[in-house]
Design a protein around this ligand. Structure first.
Ligand code: PAF
Length: 281
């Protein structure tokens, strides 16, 4: 069956009916902002394993971009995205307009709480509130059984899990491994902004994380990762943290168990994030 394109909520209701969702068939949602790449394909493949049908949402959410961020230049590649969704066996692509998603006098949104103000949230005020608001709306509109998100956006994934717990949402959240280029660069829709020179410099992020992952104590991990970043002058680091993967609070020196080593940095005009999960002790 061809992929159904639903451009508004009425068409989405009809697509659910055609697919038999709500009448026995299960649905997995892959929320995206488009500019799809191999990482998104891997999310769709995982989604297909988890449910009878896959819905992919494509919506560049204005609420999660701050002033001066890349909302207007964010790559919009709908035709190529649709081909990818069809090739990966998606049943429906939900691509609403901003007008369909948000009333002009919208008042109420989701708060990411204190966890939304640390790490990535400290550099992008309001970002996680806007992200959670659209994800909750997508959950309410698409009504999936399962939703799949990439682990590259680790704090986003942790906050979505918190929202599902705190607001009792009946949806299974699945985290999918980060997909990397052979040289280590984590796939991102924003990689297409990188010049050839920037791309070489950007490799310092994954190199730093891998260097940290070879050490065993928090102090050594932070030092090893920082040394790699400091050696690359074209990389302007926003933060490098070793944090609890569930709360994103920095871990102390005696920490044992899982920890996430996460970095955000600007390379030229492009802001990139990456992380690895480590087990300490
Ligand atoms: O990760 C993304 O692409 C976005 O933050 C998401 C989850 C689709 C919400 O707009």
């Amino acid at each position: 069956m061809d992929v159904i394109v639903a451009n508004d909520r009425a068409e989405l209701v009809e697509a659910r009916r055609v697919l038999g969702v709500g009448a026995g068939a299960t649905l997995a949602l892959v929320p995206t902002m488009g500019a799809l790449h191999e990482g998104h394909r891997s999310l769709m493949r995982l989604a297909r394993e988890r449910a009878d049908h896959v819905a992919v949402s494509i919506f560049v959410n204005p609420l999660q971009f701050g002033p001066g961020e890349d909302f207007s230049r964010y790559p919009r590649t709908f035709d190529a995205d649709l081909e990818i969704c069809a090739a990966e066996g998606a049943g429906v692509v939900f691509a609403p307009s901003a007008e369909d998603m948000y009333l002009p006098d919208r008042q109420v949104g989701v708060s990411a709480g204190e966890m939304g103000t640390i790490a990535e949230g400290a550099f992008r005020p309001g970002h996680f509130d806007g992200m959670l608001t659209v994800v909750l709306k997508l959950f309410n509109l698409v009504r999936p059984d399962v939703a799949v998100f990439g682990r590259k956006d680790a704090q986003q994934l942790a906050l979505i899990r918190r929202m599902v717990t705190d607001l009792d949402l009946p949806i299974d959240i699945v985290g999918a491994p980060t997909v990397r280029e052979p040289d280590g660069l984590a796939l991102s829709s924003r990689n297409r902004y990188l010049s050839a020179q920037d791309r070489v410099a950007a490799l310092a992020l994954s190199r730093a994380l891998f260097a940290g992952a070879e050490r065993s104590t928090p102090a050594e991990i932070r030092r090893a990762a920082r040394a790699v970043l400091d050696a690359e002058p074209a990389v302007d680091v926003d933060y490098l943290i070793l944090a609890d993967p569930a709360t994103f609070a920095e871990v102390g020196d005696g920490h044992t168990g899982e920890a996430i080593l996460a970095v955000a940095a600007r390379v030229g005009t492009t802001r990139l994030i990456d992380n690895v999960v480590l087990t300490l002790g």
